[in-house]
Design a protein around this ligand. Structure first.
Ligand code: ZN
Length: 194
């Protein structure tokens, strides 16, 4: 089964993903595939629920280039100690072509585990902090436009509606699984890793 990036409004994007209790060979393969997809789509981060896996894992490389920067697979992330505030433009691989300004804390404390079980404890700011927050948000079912000002989000609404219509059209054409099947698959993954 090859993983695919799902687009808004796929229901798994709105799902609060489950903490991962076990790492196996398949999970490591999923992480590799997610990195592959992230680079192929010129992204800097990709959360597991963006490939329809309802588990708390994301991949990231803020350089966006394989072989450059630092590549991370991060599990069970927790964000704390927000400081300051900064606004910058964000986009999302689940909403290609859509972007907007999002206000977020400038600095955060970030805690997670890597695939080997090593503990990660960072204090980060700038673009790294923004990407870590965007991806952790995904795992909680939050999209970047949820954090935009009402006015800015209002401007995006026609674009979001296009995505909503397209999703339902593809679903009725059988190109996207029905919501009930998606929910059943999600339950299976939760039983395997949660
Ligand atoms: Zn995103």
């Amino acid at each position: 089964m090859a993983l695919q990036i799902v687009h808004y409004p796929h229901p798994t994007l709105r799902f609060e993903s489950l903490p991962i209790k076990r790492v196996d060979r398949q999970l490591r393969m999923f992480a590799d595939e997610m990195l592959e997809l992230m680079y192929a789509h010129q992204g800097v981060g990709l959360a597991a629920n963006q490939v329809d896996l309802p588990i708390r894992m994301f991949v990231m490389n803020t350089s966006g280039q394989r072989g450059e920067g630092e590549e991370w697979v991060l599990l069970n992330p927790v964000i704390g100690r927000p400081k300051g505030s900064e606004e910058d433009r964000e986009g999302c691989l689940s909403l290609p072509g859509v972007s907007g300004n999002v206000q977020r804390p400038r600095q955060i404390r970030f805690h997670a585990f890597d695939l080997k079980g090593n503990e990660i404890d960072w204090t980060v700011d700038g673009f790294d902090a923004r990407v870590l927050q965007h991806e952790t948000d995904h795992l909680n079912g939050t999209m970047f436009f949820d954090r935009m000002s009402d006015d800015a989000r209002h401007e995006l609404e026609p674009l979001l509606e296009e995505f909503e219509i397209d999703f339902r059209v593809q679903q009725s054409a059988g190109k996207i699984l029905p919501d009930e099947t998606i929910a059943r698959h999600r339950k299976q993954w939760m039983e395997q890793y949660g």
